[in-house]
Design a protein around this ligand. Structure first.
Ligand SMILES: [Zn+2]
Length: 360
């Protein structure tokens, strides 16, 4: 590992990266407390395990939790050495580069994932804080986010290359574990380029971030999270008056049928009920058949913790698929989560078919 092929432009901006970034980039906080989800922790080799040097000066450990994850690539060779020994060697090389060439106190990022799927601790204290689910060490991986986001370096260059499955799968697991421990929503996973003018983490890996968020959300759900579909035919979870007719005509329907009604300025909504397991953030999606005879502005009323929020849906198009209304904070309890209203100023039938609620 002589002559490390670090060409990464952002890495060379050492002085800039050293800043903590006091104000920039912060701004939002999550009401979601660290949930007690049974996400399987990946094996993470500590600094001591891979033979890290001691930091050259004191590191700053904050009592506040991170609110996001920032994804990077190392912009090093796409090695075909998938061994643990290689992962450890890479970690030592990165630390040497960050300390000796950039003049930093320690490794910049919090964690590193090798192409073989081995996870190592980056900056000292990253692992202990993560395991505690409390606090974070200030990193040096993304200006403005070093005291906000957990930085993960993925070995390789993904400008034009797909990450190996071993790396990607471990990245999903690592992100899910971080989200679980810190109570970070899977939606709060970003690429380095979202904050800084850089091509990191490469076009290919960056393009996979929406999939990564989805996969991390699924991993959280699979570990005891929550996703439920309520169909209009679901017993005791759907209610609508007799003014809502039933139809099975459209092949775009969810399940056996759907309900529809003429728009009218009246309180006669179709409602969906779900048992929300814990207060937190949930993605709300609806499924409906589409038709040119349907309503272009069907009011969908989401019963968020902060109050009802109305999202209008054009039901003339986009049928036969889940359509996201957004992410909302729900209070715990068995409650109405969504109402489809007839109170639309537009013409055409309003349709109520199914809703999916997924914890994120
Ligand atoms: Zn980066």
């Amino acid at each position: 590992m002589t002559g490390l092929p670090y060409t990464r432009r952002d890495l060379l901006r050492g002085a800039v990266l050293l800043g903590v970034g006091t104000a920039a980039g912060g701004g939002f906080s999550l009401a979601l407390a660290a949930p007690a989800l049974a996400v399987t922790a990946p094996a993470i080799a500590s600094c001591a395990t891979w033979g890290a040097r001691n930091p050259s000066s004191a590191l700053t450990v904050l009592g506040t939790n991170p609110n996001k994850i920032v994804i990077h690539h190392t912009d090093t060779a796409n090695s075909t050495d998938y061994s643990q020994a290689h992962a450890f060697s890479l970690s030592r090389a990165i630390q040497n580069y960050h300390m000796d060439s950039n003049g930093w106190s320690d490794t910049g990022q919090h964690f590193t994932v090798s192409r073989g799927g081995y996870v190592t601790e980056g900056r000292h204290n990253s692992l202990s804080r993560l395991q505690a689910g409390s606090g974070m060490v200030v990193g040096a991986h993304c200006p403005g986010q070093n005291d906000q986001g957990i930085g993960i370096e993925n070995e390789g260059n993904y400008n034009a290359t797909t990450p190996p499955a071993a790396l990607y799968d471990r990245l999903v697991q690592l992100c899910a574990y971080i989200c679980d421990r810190y109570g970070i929503a899977a939606t709060q996973i970003f690429g380095h380029r979202d904050f800084v003018a850089t091509d990191c983490p490469g076009d290919v890996l960056y393009a996979r971030l929406p999939q990564l968020r989805t996969d991390v959300a699924a991993a959280l759900g699979g570990g005891g999270g929550f996703s439920v579909v309520v169909d209009n035919a679901t017993t005791a979870r759907f209610a609508a008056s007799a003014n809502w007719s039933s139809s099975a005509t459209s092949t775009q329907r969810y399940g056996s049928n759907y309900r529809y009604a003429a728009p009218q300025a009246t309180s006669d909504a179709a409602t969906f009920t779900a048992a929300i397991p814990a207060e937190g953030s949930y993605r709300v999606e609806v499924w409906h058949p589409a038709s040119s005879a349907y309503n272009s502005a069907t009011p969908h009323v989401v019963y968020a913790k902060s109050g009802t929020q109305t999202v209008t849906v054009d039901q003339r198009t986009g049928g036969g698929a889940w359509r996201s209304l957004g992410t909302f904070t729900f209070a715990v309890g068995d409650r109405t989560v969504l109402a489809v209203s007839r109170w639309s100023g537009a013409t055409g039938y309003v349709v109520a078919d199914a809703v999916r609620i997924t914890r994120v």
